[in-house]
Design a protein around this ligand. Structure first.
Ligand code: WQD
Length: 327
C-alpha cells in the first residue's frame, strides 16, 4: 500500500507519517508548507510541495507514486480566523477537499481517510458526545469540516470509495520535541506563552455549568490520534466500500482550571491564572464517547494528560529556552 498524506508536514500530519511509516506503510507527503515543515519528515519519505487546489499536480502525484490510499489532513484550522475569512476557509478546506476527492476517484484510489473535528458538534448539550449527536457547527471552520464529511460520504456512496471521517477532539502533546505544535492557538501553548512571559494564564470564563465553572474538554495525545489513522487506514484496506465516521477522543473530560493547575505543576512556574470574560462560541463541555472507534477499529487512547503536557512543554522549551530558566 502507498498512502498519500496531504498536510503531512504539519503538526498532526508529521505524527501520522511517523505512525504509518513505523507500521510498515509506504507514505508520500503532499504539503504546501504554508504551516508545515519539511524537517518534520523522515529522509526517506518523498515530499511533493503543492496546493490541494492544484488539480493537475494532485492527479500527477497519485499516478506517479502509485497511491492506493489518501489521508487528507491539509486544511486551515484556526476557528477565530475562519470567522473573519469564511471564503478563504471554504476555498481551502472544502474546494481543496473536492479537488483531491475528484483526483482520487479519477485515479480509482480505493481508500480515503478524512481529518474532521469535534467542531462539527458546535455546542452539544450532552455528557458524552456520540457520532449520532446532532451536528451544529458554530464556526465556518466547523462548517467546512461537516460539509467535508458530507462530500466524503456522498463520494463514497457514488463511487465505492472506502471512507473514514475522523472527528478529532482536543489534540495535544508530541512524540518528540521537534514534532511539537508551533502554533499558539489552543489552551496548552497559550498557557505556556503566558508563563514564559511571567504573566498569569487566562481562564476564559468560570461561570459555566461545570463542576469548577470552567470549560471541560476531551484531550487526546497526538501519538494516539496518529495511531487512530493507522487503524482506520488498515480497516479501509481490509474491507472496500466501508463508510466510517468516528470520534477520536479519550472519553475523559478535563476542565480549563484543572489543565492550568497541571501545567503549573509540570512546568514549575506556578503562576495562578486570572479569570477573564468568556470566549464567544465556547461550549461548556465537549467530551467524546469513544465507544464506536473502539468497536470498529479496536482503538483506544493510551497516553494521559500528564504525558501531553510534559511532551508539549519539551517542545515549547526547545523553541523558548528562556521558559525553562524562569521556572
Ligand atoms: C480549550 C478551552 C477555551 C485558551 C478548538 C477547535 C477544535 C479543535 C481544538 C481543530 C476553551 C479555554 C483557551 C486560554 C482558556 N481544533 N481557554 N484560556 O476551543 O476547545 O477547540 O481547538 O480541530 O475544532 O474548536 O480548544 O484549546 O482553543 O480551548 O480558558 O488561554 O480552553 O475557552 O474552553 P477548543 P482551545
Amino acid at each position: 500500500m502507498t498512502w498519500l498524506i496531504t498536510g503531512g508536514a504539519g503538526y498532526i500530519g508529521a505524527h501520522v507519517v511517523r505512525a504509518m511509516t513505523e507500521a510498515g506503510e509506504r507514505t508520500v507527503v503532499y504539503d504546501d508548507l504554508s504551516s508545515g515543515f519539511a524537517e518534520r519528515l523522515p529522509e526517506h519519505v518523498p515530499l511533493i510541495t503543492g496546493s490541494t487546489l492544484d488539480a493537475d499536480r494532485v492527479a500527477a502525484v497519485l499516478t506517479e507514486h502509485g497511491v492506493t490510499g489518501v489521508v487528507h489532513l491539509a486544511a486551515r484550522k484556526q476557528v477565530g480566523e475562519s470567522v473573519e475569512r469564511p471564503l478563504y476557509y471554504y476555498r481551502e478546506n472544502l474546494e481543496g477537499l473536492r479537488v483531491v476527492l475528484d483526483a482520487v476517484t479519477r485515479a480509482r484510489v480505493p481508500s480515503f481517510v478524512f481529518s474532521s473535528s469535534a467542531a462539527v458538534y458546535g455546542m452539544p448539550d450532552v455528557d458524552l458526545v456520540t457520532e449520532e449527536t446532532p451536528c451544529s457547527p458554530m464556526s465556518p471552520y466547523g462548517e467546512t469540516k461537516l460539509a467535508g464529511e458530507w462530500l466524503v460520504r456522498a463520494t463514497g456512496r457514488a463511487t465505492g470509495l472506502s471512507t473514514a471521517s475522523l472527528r478529532y477532539f482536543n489534540v495535544a502533546g508530541a512524540a518528540r520535541p521537534e514534532l511539537a505544535d508551533v502554533g499558539v492557538y489552543n489552551l496548552i501553548p497559550m498557557v505556556f506563552e503566558k508563563l514564559t512571559e511571567g504573566a498569569a494564564p487566562r481562564v476564559f470564563g468560570d461561570d459555566y455549568a461545570t463542576p469548577d465553572g470552567t470549560c471541560v474538554r476531551d484531550y487526546i495525545h497526538v501519538v494516539d490520534l496518529a495511531e487512530a489513522h493507522v487503524a482506520a487506514a488498515r480497516a479501509l484496506d481490509a474491507a472496500p466500500g466501508r463508510e466510517l465516521t468516528l470520534n477520536v477522543g479519550s472519553g475523559e473530560g478535563v476542565s480549563v482550571r484543572e489543565m492550568i493547575d497541571r501545567i503549573n505543576t509540570v512546568t514549575g512556574h506556578g503562576i495562578p491564572p486570572v479569570v477573564t470574560a468568556r470566549r464567544p462560541g465556547d461550549p461548556a463541555r465537549v467530551v467524546a464517547s469513544a465507544e464506536r472507534i473502539g468497536t470498529e477499529l479496536g482503538w483506544q487512547a493510551k497516553h494521559d494528560v500528564q504525558d501531553m503536557i510534559t511532551s508539549a512543554w519539551s517542545g515549547w522549551t526547545r523553541l523558548h529556552p528562556e521558559a525553562a530558566r524562569t521556572a
